[in-house]
Design a protein around this ligand. Structure first.
Ligand code: NAG
Ligand code: NAG
Ligand code: NAG
Length: 368
């Protein structure tokens, strides 16, 4: 990874100092942004998949999803808040409207979340050409199209360049993790990592297109999050077990080769981000790390206040080290939640608990 550009480093230091001054109150004195525009999949979705016809009525819309924070299913794939929610709270931003829940400029003025649970980075035709079946007809390119539609609504006619620059300068762009579904489908299709690995340049390529689109529209501050440790997912640990000794990482118990796919993705993503920083020095591009915080808690759960079975889903059933079985999927009638989700990393075998999301967000906010 190339070093940060001087400009970005200066911006980071400035923010770090501002954050330091407020450390006691944990809130930032000055709101630096008016709104957030966010993109991604179920790790970032705050209500779209509950509305999208292809996914409406899915498990996330049932209890016990949302039990910890919202006290009701909120359309989020967690027991409580997502990483995006913690960022929005800490920066004192208004909660963005899920794109599918709004239609007017007024609905969208305070920010929009385009993330959809089950979304893939790559489009369905491309995945099909690789023999991979996806289920949710939303790709990163759809979210970019939606963003451009919203921008037109907010600007109203006639187009006003100055107004656009003003809106964009006061907007934070949060590109949540995208691509996990592509990799997960590939691994479940094939079982070996070759197919998943072959997707890396394509997925990083479509993320690059989405970032360039936002930069071209005038985005000044972006957070681009990387890939989660795929090999630590209880669902994949259950579905793709193996007897071979080196299959599992000693420290974490995660599947080594799957985590290497995530690391490859993150290396390629960071390489691309460095190029974008050089080409667009007026835009601050922050990398949001989802990989190391999760591996850190899974490797030493006790040290960070988590319980002794960090690879087990809190909500679900089936027992064993992963407590994952589709028959007992969280939000379905046979599922049960653990008594204390704040001690679990995985909420439902695929998505993180609020406790894990808070831990991840804390690391991300240090650099924002
Ligand atoms: C996503 O974009 C494709 C074209 O690339 C389109 O066919 C599809 O309808 C879009 N999906 C949604 C939900 O708008
Ligand atoms: C998995 O993909 C590799 C190429 O990436 C291919 O050689 C192999 O046949 C595939 N295996 C299955 C079971 O589809
Ligand atoms: C999941 O649970 C069902 C019902 O108890 C059981 O028949 C099935 O074997 C389980 N699957 C796995 C992979 O353990």
């Amino acid at each position: 990874m190339a070093p940060f550009s001087g400009l970005l480093l200066a911006a980071l230091l400035l923010v770090a100092v501002t954050g330091e001054a407020d450390a006691g109150g944990t809130k930032y004195r000055l709101a630096r942004y008016d709104r957030v525009f966010s993109f991604g999949d179920s790790l970032t979705d705050t209500g779209n998949s509950a509305i999208l016809p292809a996914t409406a009525g899915g498990p996330f819309t049932n209890a016990p999803y949302g039990q910890t924070h919202f006290k009701r299913p909120s359309g989020r794939a967690s027991d409580g808040r997502l990483v995006l929610d913690f960022i929005v709270e800490s920066l004192r931003l208004p909660q963005p409207t899920p794109y599918l829940a709004g239609s007017t400029a007024e609905d969208f003025r305070q920010g929009v979340n385009f993330a959809v649970g089950g979304a893939t980075a790559l489009d369905m035709a491309f995945l099909q050409s690789k023999g991979i079946t996806s289920f949710v007809p939303v790709f990163l390119s759809n979210q970019t199209t939606w963003f451009n539609d919203v921008l037109h609504l907010l600007l109203a006619s006639p187009r006003n360049g100055q107004r656009q620059r003003k809106i964009m300068a006061r907007s934070l762009f949060y590109f949540g993790e995208i691509g996990f579904n592509d990799y997960s489908f590939a691994l479940k299709t094939n079982g070996t990592v070759g197919l998943a690995e072959s997707l890396v340049p394509h997925i990083v390529g479509v993320i690059r297109s989405a970032l360039i689109d936002a930069i071209a529209a005038g985005a000044r501050t972006m957070v681009v999050t990387g890939m989660i440790p795929i090999g630590c997912e209880p669902e994949l640990l259950t579905m793709l077990p193996s007897g071979a000794g080196s299959y599992y990482d000693k420290a974490s118990g995660c599947i080594t080769r799957f985590n290497q796919v995530a690391q490859l993705h993150n290396r390629e993503l960071n390489r691309m981000l460095c190029e974008l920083r050089r080409a667009h020095p007026r835009t601050s591009i922050h990398y949001g790390d989802l990989y190391h915080p999760v591996v850190t808690i899974i490797s030493s759960p006790g040290k960070y206040g988590f319980g002794g079975m960090p690879l087990a889903a809190c909500c679900g059933g089936g027992g064993g080290p992963y407590n994952f079985n589709f028959t007992f999927f969280c939000g379905t009638p046979l599922a049960r939640a653990c008594t204390d989700p704040s001690r679990s990393v995985s909420w439902d075998g695929i998505h993180y608990t609020e406790a894990a999301n808070r831990f991840i967000a804390r690391g991300m906010l240090r650099g924002l």
